[in-house]
Design a binder for this molecule. Structure first.
Ligand code: PMP
Length: 294
């Protein structure tokens, strides 16, 4: 595994030395935020957007990241270079830091900053060719008024409970509904449907992360002649869609061919979805912040 050099609070340390305190509130309470970023062909894809989202998550939970965005950018690039990676999955974590056993974040003076640049973990190619089977699960997505899914927080228990339900159903991803029964998102991906030439994805206020790859899809789709709508929809709309797919940093764009035992259209990945995957891959392989030629 090539994530030997980890950035921990300003220094690169070996993986075996990258340790944090058991009093870190990220560990004790899930009090912190994170980002998952990808690099393709020596370039970090949509880097600024990921950094913007990290700092927005921090603002929402009143966490002062002890580095500027520019310093954070340099630290990420330095970590990728130290691990000599061209293609990478980068995990950025900022936790509230060490405090006492109480909840009070005011007792935590120094946020913990961690950057891990690792080999990528991909879904096997067969899923891009054949599509995924997924289910809707009983666990509802957090309501935004309690813990807004737009915050990419370290508190992923809501998603993990849904993931357990997906595991028990023998599928790789779960679709989560919000408290009103509208489709929100998956445990680690955004969701899209296509019907009669219209591409729909839930608006983020339904209870979904504003995925960076979701943004890429929304940018690319009109080039294929698709009309794009951020609109609420229900499980029924999923079942009767012409096409369905998911987007996320790890999954990229991946077709869905069966939901709750219902085949989507003829049970094959959709035509538009195939074209979106191609266009997505072209963009990912040709755009982004250069890691080495600076
Ligand atoms: N929703 C959730 C809950 C996620 O964890 C992720 C992965 N970050 C996504 C959607 C997709 O977001 P992105 O395209 O930025 O990876």
């Amino acid at each position: 595994m090539s994530s030997e050099q980890i950035f921990l609070n300003g220094e690169l340390v070996k993986q075996e030395d990258a340790k944090i305190s058991v009093f870190d509130h990220g560990f004790l309470y899930g009090d912190g935020i994170f980002e998952g970023i990808r690099a393709y062909n020596g370039r970090v894809f949509r880097f600024d957007e990921h950094l913007d989202r990290l700092y927005e998550s921090a603002k929402a939970i009143m966490l002062d990241i002890p580095m500027s965005k520019e310093e954070m950018k340099e630290a990420v690039l330095k970590t990728i270079r130290a691990n000599e990676l061209e293609d990478a999955y980068i995990r950025l974590v900022v936790s509230r830091g060490v405090g006492d056993l109480g909840l009070d974040p005011n007792k935590c003076d120094n946020p913990t900053v961690i950057i891990i640049a690792s080999d990528i973990e991909l879904y096997p190619e067969e899923f891009y060719q054949e599509g995924l089977e997924v289910v809707t699960v009983p666990t509802r997505r957090n309501i935004p008024e309690a813990l807004n899914p737009r915050i990419k927080s370290l508190n992923y228990l809501n998603n993990i409970l849904a993931k357990i339900e997906a595991n028990r159903a023998g599928v790789l991803e779960a679709i989560m509904l919000n408290n009103e029964g509208y489709v929100a998102e998956c445990t680690g991906d955004n969701i899209f449907i296509i019907k009669d030439g219209v591409l729909r994805t839930p608006p983020t206020h339904v209870g979904a992360l504003k995925g960076i790859k979701r943004g890429v899809v929304l940018d690319i789709a009109p080039e294929l002649g698709l009309e794009v709508k951020e609109e609420v929809f229900t499980r029924h709309d999923l079942y009767v869609a012409d096409e369905c797919f998911l987007s996320g940093t790890a999954a990229e764009v991946i077709p869905v061919v069966e939901i709750d035992g219902r085949e989507i259209a003829d049970g094959q990945p959709g035509e538009y979805t195939g074209k979106l995957i191609d266009k997505f891959r072209q963009a990912a392989n040709s755009q982004g912040t250069e890691i080495y030629n600076k």
